[in-house]
Ligand binder design. Structure first.
Ligand code: FES
Length: 191
């Protein structure tokens, strides 16, 4: 399916003084709260659980909104300022809504020499996404051009959510991955 229409969000990253978008979800689910509590118990200090707790919040809220940061601070009983500092430092926390499958394509030099720009164009064409900050109308896709996915020797490579595909990704492999996403067959490597 090639989603021709899509909703456009403002350009990323946030400009100075620009406010984060407000998320539709405003609180963590009981399951997520329990998950955060359990992982916090694994650390000697609850501050140390901020990173994985933010990942849970990103999954629940769709992106790391201000509400998500406040919810994490409350769940861990740590200062909101600490959570904001961590969330705003790391680029892997999305500050705008993204699709169910957020696809990042590396176009840094090693991957560029192996056809990364053509791969990025293919990803955009096949998902109907033309620019960063855009989400397909069916909510499935968002696409981001990134600098390096730490697999420079076997590019071009891409990342779907948290999963890296780094074995010289070609159109056939891309089609296989996208079809798995569309059909509900996508299995995260981490699970
Ligand atoms: S240059 Fe593409 S992964 Fe490093």
């Amino acid at each position: 399916m090639n989603s021709s229409s899509s909703s456009t969000r403002s350009a990323l990253p946030l400009a100075p003084g620009e406010r984060l978008p407000v998320s539709k979800v405003l609180t963590l689910s009981p399951e997520a709260l329990k998950e955060i509590d359990q992982l916090a118990d694994k650390f000697p200090d609850r501050l140390a659980a901020t990173l994985p707790a933010l990942h849970i919040a990103q999954r629940e809220f769709g992106f790391v909104s201000l509400e998500a940061m406040k919810a994490v601070a409350k769940a861990l009983d740590i200062p909101e300022g600490h959570v904001y500092g961590v969330a705003s430092f790391y680029s892997m926390y999305q500050k705008h809504p993204v699709g169910s499958f957020h696809i990042q394509v590396c176009t840094n030099i090693s991957c560029a020499l192996n056809g990364a720009v053509a791969l990025l164009d293919l990803v955009k064409k096949k998902t109907g996404i033309s620019q960063r900050g855009e989400v397909s109308s069916d909510g499935l896709w968002s696409v981001e051009e990134v600098e390096c996915l730490a697999s420079c020797g076997s590019g071009p490579c891409l990342q779907v959510n948290h999963d890296i595909y780094d074995e010289f990704v070609n159109e056939a492999e891309l089609d296989r991955v996208l079809e798995a996403c569309r059909s509900g067959q996508y299995r995260e490597w981490a699970k």
